[in-house]
Ligand binder design. Structure first.
Ligand code: OSB
Ligand code: MG
Length: 369
């Protein structure tokens, strides 16, 4: 494959309702859609999912754009790329910057799949035509608001409910939801809001039959998570800590990991994500696919990738109508009996909607031969 052209669409989509986490408040989601074109005119789409603020990871949309333009794209333009699995090592002279790397690597995967006239799902050894999904719910103003929101999603059919928590907005919220919905798959995500001083809170949360507790402590707190895991039975799921298969291995060996939230973008693309899937499968770990409020492009990728064996718990992959009024692709992902269909068209199986692209974004050529 020879990449002869790279374009990008800078998109900003309003969220249907604001999303509050332990670290911030989001009303819009911005993303860039990278479009790569090869010597035969095949195209591939990749989503740059980084946030505008460096509060979930170090990267931001702006830092990722700079790193892509000045450091990553020159490494792939006009190179003869044999297979998308080679891209990760082509880019390895640049340290970190996983989301920037993932945007270009996944665009190349989409293009490669289209050249092979295969769906990306099939290339990723998809095992089923649809996947079970869950939903992530931001921190609500009151318990009654929260119960109403949970009830809405349970009625829609979501197979697992994840509640965001933060200090003082934790036990009472979880208790109320568990009492109202004794049988749902329920979990919480703290986005690093606590420290070891808060162990007593987690001992209380341990009583509510949660499937897991996601990222209670800081993003490099491997030892602290292990210390907590020794004192509670609920599995700890790591999100922010995990940037590579080495992180997963380390956390697993230390005993700080019961489950993995895998986001392709947070680990630098499909090549590295696949290593994590293989490790989790080998070790019998709980594994599910996380989300970054993706547009349809990133959503399609997540669905395709998460339809392979190894993913064994419903992920944060919700239907198209969960976050946005309108999307920038022509296809729609709908929830049917708690499941979403895996695209079976070539590549990630979606096409860009020109009208929506110009309504919500701007277009630029980054490179043209
Ligand atoms: O911690 O998984 C997270 C959203 C933005 C940043 C971090 C996280 C989240 C979510 C929702 O929990 C993900 C989604 O539904 O797309
Ligand atoms: Mg998380």
């Amino acid at each position: 494959m020879n990449i002869t052209k790279i374009e990008s669409y800078r998109i900003k989509l309003p969220l249907l309702s604001p999303f509050k986490t332990s670290y911030g408040y989001l009303t819009h989601k911005a993303m860039d859609i990278l479009v790569v074109t090869d010597e035969f005119g095949n195209q591939g789409f990749g989503e740059l999912v980084a946030f505008e603020q460096p509060d979930y990871t170090e990267e931001t949309l702006e830092t990722a754009r700079l790193v892509l333009k000045h450091h990553l794209l020159p490494l792939v333009i006009n190179k003869n790329i044999h297979h998308p699995n080679d891209v990760f090592s082509l880019l390895s002279v640049v340290r970190g910057n996983w989301m920037a790397k993932s945007a270009i690597e996944t665009a190349i995967w989409d293009m490669y799949a289209k050249r092979q006239q295969m769906s990306l799902a099939k290339l990723c050894h998809s095992q089923s035509s649809n996947i079970e999904v869950g939903v992530s719910i931001g921190i609500q103003k009151s318990i009654s608001d929260l119960l109403a929101v949970v009830s809405e999603y349970v009625d829609e059919g979501y197979r697992r409910i994840k509640l965001k928590i933060a200090p003082n907005q934790d036990i009472s919220f979880v208790k109320a939801v568990r009492e109202a919905f004794p049988n749902i798959l329920l979990m919480v995500d703290a986005n690093s809001a606590y420290t070891l001083k808060d162990v007593s809170i987690f001992k209380e949360l341990d009583c509510y039959e949660l499937s897991m507790i996601e990222q209670p402590f800081g993003y490099s707190d491997f030892l602290e998570h292990a210390t907590l895991q020794k004192q509670i039975k609920t599995p700890i799921c790591l999100d922010e800590n995990i940037r590579s298969v080495e992180d997963v291995t380390l956390a697993h060996h230390l005993g700080s990991l019961g489950a993995v939230n895998l986001k392709i973008s947070r680990v630098g693309g499909i090549f590295q994500a696949q290593k994590i899937v293989d490790y989790c499968k080998e070790q019998g770990l709980m594994l599910w696919c996380g989300g970054m409020f993706e547009s349809g492009v990133g959503r399609a990728l997540n669905i395709a990738f998460a339809s392979q064996q190894g993913f064994n718990f419903p992920g944060d992959i919700s239907a198209s109508n969960r976050y946005f009024e309108e999307d920038i692709i022509n296809e729609v992902f709908v929830l049917e009996d708690g499941r979403i269909s895996v695209p079976n068209k070539e590549g990630i199986g979606v096409s860009l909607n020109e009208e929506m692209l110009s309504k919500y974004g701007t277009h630029q050529f980054i490179y043209e031969k």
